[in-house]
Design a protein. Structure first.
Length: 297
């Protein structure tokens, strides 16, 4: 069998990026070269590796069967390379973060990565944690920073600390200064992220402890918009208080609650083949940014 590393690398990038064109751009070769390598590989293996219908290159069953081995071969090749062990990210980094991370750490992180790895291209995804973890599982992202469970097969995960969550409501509300119980908020307008998000699950579990359910529950993807709605006096929400700008913080009250709103673990997870010293740097940068904002403990 005469498989080449170029064929395996091309297979890897097509499976990762979803198209022959994107793989050609990543590898800095022509698309006909990419097609030729895959054609030779498929002939050598005697089976098709990609379903090219529908505008995307999707792995066939045979393609999925060799995906792990292909990644292992490339990992070994990188270890053999002269720069092996340098811990450098190269080419493209697909980074997913929850919105709290986007507000508190992302601008500084992108600037720091640009200085550290000038040639690195970063594609960003900002979403709720559950959606980001799913994309990591499907290998659509390389690194995810989330306060959702990051137990993903084929990935390495590291806890960064506990992220603060709390009920917030408008200044001047009749409940200001009181300890909130589920029955207190039953008739109040509640703003939340989608049900599968950390905040969505937290609010639902909190009301369940009192066998209550809010009569008005409005779903919004954006924590920034939710914060504005609370500051405008329109309802209550669970957020990370450090997310609030000084202007909003002056119009919002943080409430104690019974039962308390539990802190959540902020974690970084990366595909095993992506984990490197640069991912360690990302993790440390985000943890420090949150600690400076006093939202991580």
């Amino acid at each position: 069998m005469r498989l080449t590393l170029a064929q395996i690398e091309t297979f890897y990038w097509i499976s990762r990026l979803g198209s022959f064109h994107a793989a050609a751009r990543q590898l800095n070769v022509t698309q006909p070269s990419v097609s030729g390598r895959i054609r030779e590989l498929e002939l050598e293996l005697g089976t098709g590796l990609f379903d090219r219908s529908g505008g995307r290159a999707r792995l066939t069953e045979a393609g999925r069967a060799i995906q792990t081995q292909a990644e292992q071969m490339l990992t070994l090749a990188r270890e053999i390379h002269d720069e092996a062990g340098s811990g450098k990210l190269r080419g493209l980094l697909r980074l997913g973060v929850v919105e709290t991370v986007a507000h508190l750490a992302l601008p500084g992180l992108i600037g720091a990565l640009k200085l550290r790895r000038p040639q690195l291209r970063v594609e960003l995804a900002v979403d709720v944690g559950a959606a980001l973890i799913r994309q990591l599982e499907e290998r659509q992202l390389d690194v995810v920073i989330s306060n959702d469970s990051t137990n993903v097969e084929g990935a390495i995960s590291r806890a960064l600390g506990q992220i603060d969550l709390a009920w917030v409501g408008p200044v001047g509300h009749r409940l200001a200064g009181q300890v909130l119980h589920p029955a207190d908020l039953r008739d109040e307008a509640i703003f939340t992220q989608p049900a599968q998000s950390t905040i969505g699950r937290t609010i639902r579990a909190w009301f369940d402890t009192g066998r209550e359910a809010p009569k008005s529950l409005s779903v919004c993807n954006s924590l920034s918009v939710i914060s504005e709605l609370v500051a405008a006096g329109l309802g209550f929400a669970v957020i990370t208080p450090a997310l609030l700008s000084p202007e909003l913080a002056a119009r919002v009250v943080r409430y104690a609650a019974e039962p308390p709103i539990e802190a959540r673990t902020l974690s970084v997870a990366a595909l095993r083949e992506t984990w490197s010293e640069d991912v360690e740097f990302i993790a440390e940068f985000v943890a420090e940014a949150f600690q400076q904002g006093r939202s991580l403990r």
